[in-house]
Ligand binder design. Structure first.
Ligand SMILES: *Cc1c(COP(=O)(O)O)cnc(C)c1O
Length: 397
């Protein structure tokens, strides 16, 4: 792991990644990649991006010692990376701002995005409003119901939220609708993809914009503890908050990494969204990775109590890190995530996103094995959006 320089120039992470898109999108992706590479080396662009992260988003987010949780668990020493304190409530804003700046550089006038939990939609709608872009957000009808407050927020921010009624009516169908729009509108529109997914260069761009999480965490833990952590823990939906935390530590071979997937209600296909527990290599929405699919290669149904983790594919870089055994991928059930959600509310006075609660739940479950270890757990977002979901989940039990 001394040398880590992925993706290659064609967007491959080992056998994963790539650009599996309609021919018309190839020049658009090339334009995006060129613009990104130019901007990422440009001092003015970087200064503007970092000023936004600081004064608009509220970065750096704190690295918070979870003393009450630590005292209760009597196991690891846990710090929470407080992405829940970002403007708009999750890490998503880091990437949305970066990509909206790229859209402006490319002279686009319109922003398209998809959203599952609604967090990426809210972040993109905010960034679009801030820079005066027209904004269209695709969202599955089911997700619109379970994340209703975020739909209202997007509308208040001036976005046109379009319900997607096909298939399972969740994130996968919303991504397809956004891609369909983009194929027709790419001359004047930029598609702000919300996770470390999709065709090259998206997984690289999203990772790099989110790496601010790991860069900050690294200097914060060195300052607080005088050493690197023993382990990083983050939930994995498409994989952006996790790769953002992990990436700046990948060369530190002694830092272990745990990615937590949604175990849902059981191990049977259709009951979860744990791609490394039953997924096979396949292509979904522009990239090759681990995909939950049936024996005929049809994309499987997925389930998670948290909309943000409910997706059939995982980002291609995670697929490679899984095969390299650099990151250990695990899963946590709906019930355990909800229990961790409630515990963090009561014991630390923090309402975490249900997505982030999966990471916390894994640590709670494994506290005895992690005794004495120094951990950074990414609290990817806040749970205001999830309170109705949690109440209804508790009602069912
Ligand atoms: C979207 C979201 C996730 C999952 O997406 P990743 O790309 O895997 O980070 C996790 N947590 C929160 C709070 C989210 O909004």
């Amino acid at each position: 792991m001394k040398k880590y320089s992925y993706p290659d120039s064609c967007g491959h992470f080992g056998p994963y990644g790539g650009k599996f898109v309609p021919e018309t999108l190839i020049p658009v992706l090339i334009e995006l990649e060129k613009t990104y590479l130019r901007c990422s080396r440009n001092r003015d662009f970087k200064t503007e991006f970092h000023a936004l992260l600081k004064d608009y988003t509220g970065r750096p987010t704190p690295l918070y010692p979870a003393e009450k949780l630590n005292a209760m668990l009597k196991g690891p020493k846990i710090y929470l990376k407080r992405e829940d304190l970002c403007h708009t409530g999750a890490h998503k804003i880091n990437n949305a701002l970066g990509q909206v700046l790229l859209a402006r550089e490319m002279g686009k006038k319109r922003i398209i995005a998809e959203t599952g939990a609604g967090q990426h939609g809210v972040a993109t709608a905010s960034a679009a409003a801030r820079f005066g872009f027209e904004c269209v957000i695709y969202m599955g009808e089911i997700d619109m119901k379970r994340q209703a407050p975020n739909v209202t927020r997007m509308k208040l921010l001036g976005a046109d939220v379009r319900p997607v009624l096909t298939g399972q009516k969740t994130l996968k169908e919303a991504v397809s609708a956004a891609i369909r729009d983009w194929v027709a509108s790419s001359a004047d529109s930029h598609y702000v993809l919300g996770s470390a997914l999709g065709p090259h260069p998206f997984p690289m761009i999203v990772r790099d914009f989110q790496s601010v999480i790991g860069k900050e965490a690294r200097s914060q833990i060195l300052k607080a503890e005088g050493r690197l952590p023993d382990m990083l823990v983050a939930c994995v939906g498409g994989g952006s908050n996790s790769i953002g935390l992990f990436h700046p530590f990948l060369k530190d071979t002694k830092v272990e990494m745990t990615g937590v997937e949604a175990g849902g209600t059981g191990a049977t296909l259709g009951m979860h969204a744990a791609r490394f527990f039953g997924g096979r290599i396949g292509i979904l929405q522009g990239t090759r990775s681990y995909v939950l699919q049936d024996i005929d290669g049809q994309i499987a149904l997925t389930h998670s109590v948290s909309a943000g983790l409910d997706y059939a594919a995982v980002g291609p870089e995670h697929a490679m890190l899984h095969d390299m055994k650099r990151v250990n991928y695990v899963k946590v059930s709906d019930a355990k995530a909800v229990r961790a959600f409630r515990l963090l509310c009561r014991i630390e006075g923090i309402i975490p996103a249900l997505e982030s609660s999966h990471a916390v739940a894994w640590v709670i479950k494994n506290a005895a094995k992690l005794k004495g270890k120094l951990l950074i757990v990414n609290l990817s977002g806040r749970g205001d959006k999830d309170v109705d979901q949690v109440v209804s989940f508790m009602g069912k039990k």
